[in-house]
Design a binder for this molecule. Structure first.
Ligand code: CP
Ligand code: NVA
Length: 326
């Protein structure tokens, strides 16, 4: 069941553990802070090569199926390598190469895959597909990115922040750019991990009202401004993401050129980073455009933690997989 009050307006009410006690990893909002901390601790233990219980292959005999409706480099490789390092096996399904691409339903795919595998990860164009998968599968489901959120990414981001700067609770993170799926997961993370999040977004590209309303109802310390300088001033961490997310343009009537024009004032360059704390770090989930959202001097500079962040996808996926399958 979802935690009381964690279902966001306009979002399906899939909660963790629904249906046969399965442990899904769908959104940070669905999970208690202690559970998220447990998953991070598991990932950190695997990173230190100190697996809980001393078993280096706790997922031997288990198989993960991954379905990709959108491209991926990090999510695909980190889940595959992570699962294998934990002793498990992996099957990768691209939407276009399966019967899904010819119109077989997600519900039927979920029923069949559940007879073969122990856990399913879905990267999807629509959160409704994730809901359908959860409803009809009988194994745990992981959200590997949807149009609405990217919770796996945030686990790596929190791990990276804490490795560099210590506990994130009470600290200040600034997001500048598109109020997209990754921004939504940062909002959920701010509530669950207890940090301040200041988002700077152009008015038409604010995060969805649903997730902001949910955060407010949970007492989250989250502000949205149109001024990136306001957001970044004194921050411990500056985060951005692509201005053109995968699938952008399918659900909105704004052209890529219009998005770029709206977002150009939100580019992270040395001038903006200079307003953050002297030891502030820069994060980006990648893939990045050095021509658009971030200057090469920032992403390739000394304050960038993006390669640790990408590496930590591997360690945190192992935490997520082992928690779901425990
Ligand atoms: N950050 C991230 O999810 O990257 P991929 O799209 O390469 O998986
Ligand atoms: N916001 C980006 C994240 C990619 C990992 C997208 O959805 O394309």
């Amino acid at each position: 069941m979802a935690l009381p009050g964690t279902t966001r307006a306009n979002e399906p009410a899939f909660g963790n553990g629904g249906g046969g006690g399965r442990k899904h990893f769908l959104d940070l909002a669905d999970l208690a802070p202690a559970t998220l901390r447990e998953i991070l601790d598991l990932g950190a233990a695997f990173k230190r090569a100190a697996p809980p219980g001393g078993d280096p292959a706790p997922l031997a005999g288990k198989t993960l199926a991954m379905i990709f409706e959108k491209p991926s480099t990090r999510t695909r490789v980190s889940f595959e390598v992570g699962m294998r390092q934990l002793g498990g096996d992996v099957v990768i399904l691209s939407h276009s190469e399966t019967q899904l691409g010819r119109g077989e339903s997600i519900a039927d795919t979920a029923r069949v895959l559940s007879r073969y595998v122990d856990i399913i990860m879905l990267r999807t164009v629509s959160v409704a597909h994730l809901e359908e998968m959860v409803q009809h599968a009988t194994v745990p489901v992981i959200n590997g990115l949807s149009d609405r959120s990217h919770p796996c990414q945030l686990m790596a981001d929190i791990m990276t922040f804490e490795e560099r700067l210590g506990p994130i609770a009470g600290r200040v993170v600034a997001w500048t750019g598109d109020g997209n799926n990754v921004a939504a997961s940062w909002i959920e993370a701010a509530v669950r991990f207890g940090f301040t999040l200041r988002l700077a977004c152009p008015e038409p590209l604010r995060p969805p009202a649903g997730v902001l309303d949910w955060a407010a109802s949970e007492g989250g310390d989250i502000t949205v401004t149109i001024d990136p300088k306001d957001a970044v001033s004194g921050a411990d961490c500056v985060v951005t993401d692509t201005w053109l997310s995968m699938g952008e343009g399918t659900g909105e009537d704004r052209s890529p050129e219009e998005r770029i024009e709206l977002l150009t004032p939100y580019r992270v360059d040395d001038g903006l980073m200079a307003l953050a704390k002297p030891d502030a770090i820069f994060l980006h989930c990648l893939p990045a455009s050095r021509e658009r959202e971030v200057a090469p001097s920032v992403i390739d500079g000394p304050r960038s933690a993006v390669w640790d962040e990408a590496e930590n996808r591997l360690h945190t996926q192992k935490g997520i997989l082992s928690w779901c399958l425990a």
